[in-house]
Design a protein around this ligand. Structure first.
Ligand code: UD1
Ligand code: UDP
Length: 379
């Protein structure tokens, strides 16, 4: 029996953890025991608890309740808390997801105590070192014993950094391993798609018709924290909603909700709030989000996860960033990088409303969790 500690903290990590927990419950309960540690990075009901309930994720065994804070302060509290738990109980490995401060803290705490790290979503790179996520994922990859890359691009990125050529040796003489496991988010999106069709009422609740609205999410720090960028994005949303008479549903991340009031001019906020086509919603549950994604005409986002879900559900996507880790989406003409630039966003909307795009199966076969768990059992 292998005993693992899953460290999660931010919304997308909680959602991703559902895929592994479900596979452990269904197929690996005789070989893997999982305990869950929630750092408390995200804590609002609609950023955390709702996902545990809806996606049947076991209640966390530990919650550090660190809350929000500056990077160093928040990460330091997490490292101290995770370290205590790793010292108090033996684990054969720590499972880390993605690139948040919770990922970084888990990587630092576990590596110093020689606990093997299994990194899910390894190898992704934006090549933009201004992003806190790029720093977090590079550090975590370096410290990991098994790197589960979700795409061929992620494997290639790791090879370019010398991963398979110069394998590191970890505690107990073990070598680092790199695998293309596919994407656990694809597992989840396929598993919950029909459940969302049956259970979600969000379209009715907000009067949305299939294929006649845009779904938008914005939360990336360089978009929310910059007056100029946030203004350009919201000017473009306003223009598209008004000019093309199309509804735009925006489930707003709490970070953005707070900064909207600070970084947008009162005139623009008032115009946005008064336009009936723009629906600013609180963060929605995962099943509601799937329903919005599956039924949207087009998706606009700076989220990593939402870009991919757009692709899984075969929706065109305007990427509100200057680059993406998910280059396959752009290569298949299913997404356009428009940055936070008014003209580029409006042009992308016009192009994607009429262009031909393809959605090949690039993110695995919806069995990534099983591939990952087989390797963990064998490690
Ligand atoms: C974090 C991750 C980011 C990920 C995102 C997913 C880091 C550095 N960033 O960004 O990679 O894409 O989560 O959503 O780890 N807040 C609340 N309630 C909450 C959580 C946050 O009000 O439950 C507000 C607080 O004002 C907080 C702000 O949102 O200061 C930012 O939260 P934080 O977790 O620091 O970063 P995110 O922007 O959420
Ligand atoms: N999501 C959700 N409700 C929302 C917005 C997003 O359930 O209101 C889900 C979304 O479907 C995806 C994940 O949260 O699975 C993406 O998280 P987020 O955009 O916060 O972070 P990122 O992926 O950029 O790290």
């Amino acid at each position: 029996m292998k005993k693992i500690l899953t460290v999660i903290g931010a919304r997308p990590q909680i959602i991703k953890a559902a895929a592994l927990s479900r596979a452990i419950r269904n197929n690996y309960s005789d070989r893997i025991e999982e305990k869950i540690l929630h750092t408390g990075q995200h804590y609002d009901m609609n950023m955390s608890q709702v996902f545990f309930e809806e996606l049947c994720i076991p209640k966390p065994d530990y919650n550090l309740n660190v809350g929000s804070g500056k990077h160093g302060e928040q990460t330091a509290k997490m490292i101290a808390g995770i370290e205590e738990i790793l010292l108090s109980e033996h684990f054969d490995g720590v499972v880390l997801y993605g690139d948040t401060n919770s990922t970084l803290a888990g990587a630092i705490a576990a590596s110093k105590l020689h606990v093997p790290i299994f990194h899910i979503e390894a190898g992704l790179r934006s090549f933009n070192m201004d992003m806190p996520e790029e720093i977090n994922r590079i550090v975590c990859d370096q410290l990991s014993s098994i790197l589960f890359a979700p795409t061929n691009t992620a494997v290639a990125n790791l090879k370019n950094e010398g991963f398979e050529i110069a394998p590191a040796i970890f505690h107990g003489n073990k070598h680092r391993q790199v695998y293309n496991s596919g994407d656990v988010m694809y597992d989840n999106s396929m598993y919950f798609a029909t459940i969302a069709d049956k259970k979600s009422n969000i379209l009715r609740e907000y009067g949305l018709q299939a294929n006649s609205f845009i779904l938008a999410t914005i939360h990336r720090d360089y978009n929310t924290d910059s007056k100029e960028r946030l203004t350009d994005i919201f000017k473009a949303l306003y223009y598209i909603a008004n000019e093309y008479r199309i509804k735009i549903a925006i489930p707003l991340h709490p970070r953005t909700a707070k900064l909207l009031e600070i970084n947008l001019d009162v005139d623009l906020i008032d115009k946005v709030k008064q336009l009936a086509q723009i629906l600013i919603l609180p963060p929605v549950s995962f099943l509601d989000m799937i329903s919005l994604e599956k039924n949207a005409k087009l998706i606009m986002t700076d989220s990593g996860g939402v870009q991919k879900e757009a692709f899984f559900y075969e929706k065109p996507c305007i990427i509100l960033r200057s680059e993406t880790e998910w280059v396959e989406i752009v290569e298949n003409n299913a997404g356009i990088i428009a940055d936070a630039d008014f003209n580029r966003i409006v042009n992308a909307y016009n192009v994607l409303s009429v262009s031909n795009m393809s959605f090949p199966q690039l993110f695995g076969n919806s069995k990534a969790a099983n591939i990952i768990l087989d390797k963990i059992v064998a490690y």
